[in-house]
Design a protein around this ligand. Sequence first.
Ligand SMILES: N[C@@H](CCC[C@H](N)C(=O)O)C(=O)O
Length: 281
Amino acid sequence: MRFVKGHGTENDFVILPDPDASLELPASLVTWLCDRRAGIGADGVLRVVPAKLSAEAGEILDRESAHGPRSGDAEWFMDYRNADGSVAEMCGNGLRVFARYLVDSGLAEPGEFDVVTRAGVRHVGLGPTGDVTVEMGAPVVEGESWATIGVTEYTGLVVNMGNPHLACVTGDPVGRMDLTAQPGFDPAVFPAGVNVELLNSVGERRVVMRVHERGSGETRSCGTGAVAAAVAAARLAGERQGQWVVEVPGGLLTVTLGEDSSLLTGPAVLVASGEVTANHA
Ligand SMILES: N[C@@H](CCC[C@H](N)C(=O)O)C(=O)O
């Protein structure tokens, strides 16, 4: 099996090209690929599938066609899996790395194009090298909820980015928090689990964020989480739009909040490629 390894602000992925849509991805294969000792090691897997060969992508494109002609142009479907093998709707850093892979491998021209994700069609923009920007859609704020870390409870904003987030702005320094275990959360609000972001405001339109991701544990960055964090910080500052810098353990992301949209910009790099023989249980 051919693979490429890449990361976006150290949120890392195993990329699996699947040009004829023949690759099966049982959870056991994904967890083995993502295993940092027994496998390649990653926070998730990105399967690269031609949209026209994927029934799932076809359904998404049909559903989206009402939103405009652009969606029909998407050539590639990003099949994203978390490190535990679970399927997620969307991955912002993954999509930036996915786009970088398409351009670097000659499957897409530098510039702008669309990619199908389970959360819908997403527009990406990138040059032959450098940062990648993703149009992340409109963040949907669905009220407030709580998360617990140890005995401490944090209040946060429920933000739907296609996938579920709870973004908690706090005065407790996030650098000192123990995010090794899944934070407690309200299963009535998040029946399918949640990605939990903890953040401190550290300047004008600048936050420091750590995240515990559903299905992957603590990661060094989360793109959808960075947008959710910017939305929470903006609301607290009485703002709705503008550009926010989100410092994550793996680097810096820029989030631009618009009236009905959001953009995520940051680095996306490919670091290795090779052949792997699946020998998972
Ligand atoms: N790291 C991703 C989010 C990946 C999916 C998430 N763990 C979920 O289950 O919703 C990002 O960069 O957005």
